[in-house]
Design a protein around this ligand. Structure first.
Ligand SMILES: C[S@@+](CC[C@H](N)C(=O)[O-])C[C@H]1O[C@@H](n2cnc3c(N)ncnc32)[C@H](O)[C@@H]1O
Length: 301
């Protein structure tokens, strides 16, 4: 499996009062703590430790997801994708999406999107907009206004293929908000030739007790956790061609660590089995098949 760096974590540029207990746990800060970062509060750490008591592999599992995010983005860059929309981007860390993909195609553009004003404030401070990046406050559950904000910003050219990254975010969208429908609206706005990378937490391989501890730890957070099955996650790829998770495999979703893993045997362990992941391709629209009733073009009559 693609393991964590020697010292996981981020810049630690935001140094909250370590004793602060105010407010509910925050999902972006909880994830930061799982990754070994410093941008979190006691209330976030306590929520994570409650999960870790029944799921000791939580930290490596978070890294399995983050590593998939980076591998998928880099893989897309190798397919020629030079602009990305990273929705539910989370708190900035040592290597952010643009820093990963610009190693493949310099000047690749990345729009960072999150619905949490705290995340956006910190991202704006630490990732000041350059000509290649922007940071946008928008909610996945309102795709029309998310797309309108991106269009207004102008960084992303919707006529060009795009890499859409939605990793570890749909699990915070409840069924009533129609996560599949919201995602479909976003995909509809992308040019053919675009790719979508998606990861989603699942309880398919953990005990009911561990699943209850996971969802329970998010009960006080602003966004609750919704664990979904393999079949649920496959539905998110409707209308897309799934990319095989490795050379020679059939197209399908896989455990996080297995997707284009350097060492598939090592990657298939429990750490990566908290996530279903996949990459989908938006194929070119096929030409409509003529039923023979279409009128000839005016200039040919
Ligand atoms: C666990 S972090 C994932 C960070 C990053 N995508 C990754 O996989 O490494 C989830 C992020 O999704 C954001 N988020 C949750 N619901 C969202 C929504 N409806 N719209 C936009 N962002 C959302 C949270 O604020 C948080 O920053």
């Amino acid at each position: 499996m693609n393991g964590p760096p020697a010292r996981p974590g981020n810049h630690g540029a935001w140094t909250p009062d370590p004793g602060t207990h105010d407010g509910p746990p925050n999902i972006a800060r909880m994830y930061d703590y799982c990754l070994g970062g410093n941008d979190n509060l006691a209330v976030d750490r306590e929520a994570v430790e409650r999960m870790r008591a029944v799921l000791p592999e939580l930290g490596p599992a978070a890294w399995a997801n983050r590593s998939f995010h980076q591998r998928a983005a880099i893989w897309m860059a190798h397919q020629g994708i030079a602009q990305f929309i990273d929705i539910g981007c989370g708190l900035p860390r040592r290597e952010n999406t643009h820093q990963a993909v610009q190693k493949v195609i310099p000047a690749t553009r990345v729009a960072y999107v999150d619905h949490d004003p705290m995340v956006i404030t910190l991202a704006k401070a630490l990732l000041p907009p350059t000509e290649d990046t922007c940071v946008i406050l928008a909610d996945l559950r309102d795709p029309a206004s998310l797309l309108a904000t991106l269009r207004l910003d102008g960084l992303i050219e919707f006529a060009q293929p795009t890499g859409l990254l939605v990793t570890a975010v749909l699990q915070f969208v409840d069924d009533a908000s129609d996560p599949g429908g919201c995602l479909a609206q976003l995909i509809a706005a992308l040019a053919p030739g675009s790719y979508v990378a998606l990861s989603h937490m699942t309880a398919d391989r953990i005990s009911p007790r561990a699943a209850a501890a996971l969802t329970g730890s998010y009960r006080d957070a602003a966004d609750h956790l919704h664990l979904r099955t393999r079949a649920d996650v496959e539905m998110f790829f409707s209308g897309l061609d799934l990319v095989p998770p490795r050379k020679g495999a059939r197209p399908r979703i896989s455990w996080a660590g297995l997707w284009h893993a350097e060492d598939p045997a090592e990657a298939a362990d429990g750490r990566s089995q908290l996530w279903w992941v996949g990459v989908g391709y938006k194929p070119p629209v096929s030409a409509p098949i003529s039923d023979g009733t279409r009128q000839a073009p005016a200039d040919a009559r």
